[in-house]
Structures are given as C-alpha cells and as structure tokens.
Design a protein around this ligand. Structure first.
Ligand code: ASP
Length: 599
C-alpha cells in the first residue's frame, strides 16, 4: 500500500486561505462535504474543522486520471488536494468564509473512503439525538458541535492563562479516593489488592484542595473531572468538569473579586461581551423573596409579591388556611397577559402542580377594570381591589397566586416566572445577566432523615454574627457561601471554609456524625488543622454549564465530546457493560442481580 502522506504536507486548513493567497499553491486535507459534476468540471466542497473550501477539478489542470478520480469522490471520503487559490469564477458565496475564492486542483489523493453515513453531516441536524450519540464520532464532525468544542478549548486556555497570571498553581488531585457519604452518591471502584474495600471517584476535589491550603500552596486551581451517581435527571452527567479553585488568607470579597474578573476576561476575550463589574450581589433571602429562586434569572422582571398581609382576613380559605399553617400567599403579575385563554391558564396550573402546588389561584384584570378570577366569589370587592393594588395590577394584567409553605410557594412561582417568560420569548440567549447570590442558609432540614444537612457542604463557615444561633436556631444561621448565577443557571459556587477545629467538630455534630464517624471519615483533615492552617476559601464553576450558556445551547451534551445519556449510559461504547466472571473473581465480587433479572 502506498504511504498515505508520502510527498504531501498540509499547508493550510480549509478556511485559512483567503483572497490574499490568490495565485499561490496550497495543500489542504479534509472530508468531502459534497460533490457536483458540472459537465467538464467536478466541484467538491472540502471540509475540515475550520470550515468549507470549494475545490474545482478541471481536466485541463489535473489530467485525465485525476479528473476521473475526482468523479468518484463521495461524501465523507478523506482526501488531500494540491492546487492554486483563485478568485471564484462563479457567484461569490456570502455565507462562506472562503466564499470569494476556490481551489483549482492540480493533484488529488484519496486518503480513505467512506460508507454512506447514517445521517448527513451538517449544521443544525434534525437527526434524533440517540442516533447522533450512537455515532458520536460522526456527530462530532458537524460544524456546530465542532464550534462548541473549540469554544470550550479556548475557555480552558484562557482560564489557565488568567489564573496562572493571578498566582494560582495548577495541581492535580487523585481520582481514586476514600468514600465520604455526604452529598450525592459516590461512584465506587473495588480494590483488588484489598478485597472488600472500595475507592470512590471524587464528587469534587474539596478535601484535597483544602489540604493543599494547609500545605502552603495558597492559590490552587484545577480543571477537574468530578463524578456523582445521582438519580436520573434530564440534563445531568455522571461525570462532569469543574474549574475548581481554593485560596488562602482570603474572605468572601477576595474570592468574588478574582472570579468576576475571570468571567469578565473570558466573556470579553472569547465572545466580545463586556461584563459590567462589580457583578450585582443579592442575599439568598432577597433572591427567594423577589424571585422564588436561589438562582434568579434577571433577564426579565415579573417579581414575586408577598400578599400574605393583604389577604390574611379575606374569605378565601385556600389563602387563610395556608397562612394559618405558617405558610404564605405570594403572587406574580404577568403584565399584559390578562387575555390569556383559559386553556393556557389551565396548562400553567398543571405546570404549578408539578412543582408541588395544590392549585394556582388567578385573577385577570379586564381592559374595563373588571376582574375574571378563580376566587373572586370568595372575596369582597374591597379585598380584591386591595389585592390587585398590592400586585400593582393594571388593566390587561394576569395575576397568579400560590398559597402554601414558603418553600412550595417559592418553588412554584419561581418556576412559573421562568415558564411564562419562556412562553413569551423573553429569554434572549445573548443577553448575559450575572448575579452573585450570598449568605445562603448554612443548614437545611432533611424531612426524610429528620436531621439537618449542609446546604453547601460540611466545611462551609457560618457568618460570625450568627454563631450564637447555632444551638438556638440552626435553620436561621447564614453561611459564608456564594453562588455565581447566569441567566437563571447556577454557574458555580463556593464558600469560606471552617478552619477552626472546634467549629468543624461542632458542625459534624450538628450534621449527625458521631465523634468516631467524623474521625474515621475526615480525621486527616482535622489532623491537618492541628498543624497550622491558613484561613481559606474557594469556589468551583461547572465548566459544562458555562460553555453551554456561552455557546447558546440548551443542553450540556452539546458541549461535551462524549456525553452520556439520562440513564448514565454511553450509547456509542455501550458502557456500562457486564464484565468477565474472572474479573469479578479477582475483585472478590459476585453479582446478585443484573439488569435482566431486575424487576
Ligand atoms: N466543592 C464545591 C462544589 O463542588 C465547590 C467549593 O466549595 O469550592 O460545589
């Protein structure tokens, strides 16, 4: 077989040539996008990751044999072409970067042939996602995915540059670690050498980065793979990537400062978008009260109004019962939506039920100022007027109310706000609204386990002024934790860490760890704290989500080269798969159940 590359050297990518190169000879290599025979000419659109270049095969230039070969080219053949760049003879193609030029081939070599692909390799494919993922190696040839992965590479390069300039060291932490059953479920890896013992894959490098601070590295970062064995959720990946960092001798403002400058740099350098600094900040409480969410989308208003005071004595028992049970009544004003047909309102009610609402009360203000409402008959005119006034309702508006425990009311109205905005087309993908959410609650009550769990993680410091509430009112203690939010998506989060052994022990205590359990699981950290620990804090960004928003995509699968699907399997390699009895025996493992035998 001839040596494929003998005598050939690629000089340019397809779109690295321009009008300025006219007259020069170049060698390009890539995939045949399309071939057209036009009488005595063969046209080929040649594709590589940079884009398309039109190649003309003319017998005059390439000779009879080359011309005949060109006539046999089919989609996805890989070819090398030597030729001369010339201005286009035909019409200029405004949509192509190389639309003004073409390559007159003088030499053609077919490097490999291709079967007909199971779907066309083109932008904005209509192909079903399962098929695309089964043939991901072909799907990855599509220009939109290629752009996403190139964007991703640019972002990680910029992150490395920025953080290195800021004095951060890139340090790797282990992938085979000890299991710590707090947070999500661990992926486990059996140890062959220690039968019956398991490693866990890291959910994040949290403990190691804190230990690095104890060891004096003072500014660490890592583009880290993290693993969480969570239940099936639409846009989650069992493995995902974080931009992870930790800093010593800092407080909340220092972490926020360096990270907002990092974001501003990335958005400016890569998207040309100016991020106004400082980024707006909002406490968790304010975010919940105004937007019903700890990751508010600030691209539009439609804020929540707490109308509990206004309706506390009204005749509508749905409202008064919720208040009597310690809950609240809140509403949103969908301005100008008073004409919404009943069917659409019903759909919103169903949507709200999906978020735990028992129902949704509504009131539309007709253009003549009269009301159309699901609960008007239970209220006096004055009560209705007061409610409308509290909601800043005007003729043509639609008011929607939820009455329940605070958490349910927030969840329902927070989600409804987004749903309505989506339906109204208010969510512009190129409008980037950043927000820091601060002062999260330290602890969250877990109904199932009947105990407090850490809202962020057990190493998060509380606000010093709330220290005395730790015993008397743990639920009200605020944490030195912060999230960075972009357009309603949590891009990342972090916290100032506990670095005092007594507070850390107390925290483990609050979370229901016995002294022995804490020692057994986190003894090494507590130990490290005994030998001189700097105050430290950190943060991690979800890289996949960041790229998804920058690329304007709807799913992180569009920005991950080889993603898994909802049930955590890989449709291309068919992982996970069964293993040999021999492999299991070496690990001293036996399967008691497989998918086939599962009910
Ligand atoms: N390790 C944390 C997380 O994965 C981030 C941090 O606190 O730095 O959410």
């Amino acid at each position: 077989m001839a040596e494929a590359m003998k005598g050939l050297k690629r000089t340019h990518r397809c779109t690295e040539v321009s009008k300025a190169d006219c007259g020069s000879t170049v060698t390009v290599m890539g995939w045949v996008q399309k071939r057209r025979n036009l009488g005595s000419l063969v046209f080929v659109d040649l594709r590589d990751r940079s884009g398309l270049l039109q190649v003309i095969f003319d017998e005059k230039d390439i000779g009879a044999e080359g011309f005949e070969k060109a006539g046999t080219l089919r989609s996805e053949y890989v070819i090398a072409v030597v030729g001369r760049i010339e201005p286009r003879e035909g019409a200029v193609n405004e949509n192509l970067k190389t639309g003004e030029i073409e390559l007159r081939a003088t030499q053609l070599r077919i490097l490999s042939e291709s079967e007909t692909p199971p779907f066309p390799i083109e932008e904005n494919s209509q192909t079903k996602e399962e098929l695309r993922l089964k043939y991901r190696f072909l799907d990855l040839r599509r220009p939109d995915i290629q752009r996403n992965l190139m964007l991703r590479s640019k972002v990680t390069t910029e992150v490395r540059k920025f953080l290195t300039d800021e004095g951060f060291l890139e340090i790797e932490t282990p992938i085979l670690i000890k299991s710590t059953p707090e947070g999500a479920r661990d992926y486990l890896v059996p140890s062959r050498v220690h039968p019956g013992s398991f490693y866990a894959l890291p959910q994040s490098p949290q403990l190691f980065k804190q230990l690095l601070m104890c060891s004096g590295y003072d500014r660490y970062f890592q583009i880290a793979k993290c693993f969480r064995d969570e239940d099936l959720r639409a846009d989650r990946q069992p493995e995902f990537t974080q931009i992870d960092m930790e800093l010593s001798f800092v407080d909340v403002d220092d972490v926020i400062d360096v990270n907002e400058r990092l974001l501003a740099r990335i958005f400016k350098e890569i998207l040309g978008v100016d991020v106004q600094l400082p980024i707006q900040r909002m406490t968790w409480q304010e975010a919940m009260d105004r937007f019903g969410s700890d990751k508010p989308d600030l691209r539009f208003g439609m804020e929540l109004h707490n109308v509990s005071e206004v309706v506390k004595d009204c005749g509508f028992s749905v409202f008064t019962n919720a208040l009597a049970a310690g809950g609240s009544v809140r509403g949103i004003n969908a301005q100008g939506q008073g004409h919404m047909p009943r069917k659409k309102i019903d759909a919103l009610v169903e949507f709200a039920k999906g978020y735990g609402a028992k129902g949704l009360a509504y009131l539309a203000i007709n253009e003549d100022g009269t009301y159309k409402s699901s609960f008007a008959k239970f209220m006096t005119e004055q009560e209705l007027d007061a409610l409308v006034a509290a909601m800043e309702g005007k003729p043509g508006d639609l008011l929607l109310f939820a009455a329940d425990k605070n958490k349910v009311v927030w969840d329902v109205l927070g989600a409804l706000r987004i749903e309505i905005a989506k339906n109204l087309g208010l969510l512009k993908k190129d409008d980037f609204k950043f927000l820091w959410v601060t002062e999260f609650p330290l602890l969250e009550w877990d109904e199932e386990e009947k105990r407090y769990v850490a809202m962020h993680h057990p190493f998060t410091m509380l606000m010093e002024e709330d220290l005395d509430k730790l015993d008397s009112d743990p639920g009200a203690v605020r944490a030195k934790a912060y999230d960075i939010v972009l357009n309603g998506t949590e891009l990342g989060g972090g916290s100032v860490r506990i670095f005092q052994n007594d507070i850390q022990s107390k925290m483990f205590d609050m979370l229901g760890f016995t002294k022995e359990q804490a020692q057994e699981q986190f003894g090494f950290l507590m130990n490290a704290f005994k030998y001189g620990v700097p105050p430290h804090a950190g943060l991690a960004f979800g890289l996949d989500r960041l790229i998804m928003l920058m690329a304007g995509c709807d799913s992180i699968r569009e920005v991950i080269a080889f993603p898994k699907v909802k049930d955590a399997s890989d449709l291309m390699t068919e992982a996970p798969g069964p293993v040999d009895e021999k492999q299991l025996a070496e690990l001293c493992l036996a399967c008691t159940r497989s998918e086939e035998t599962q009910e």
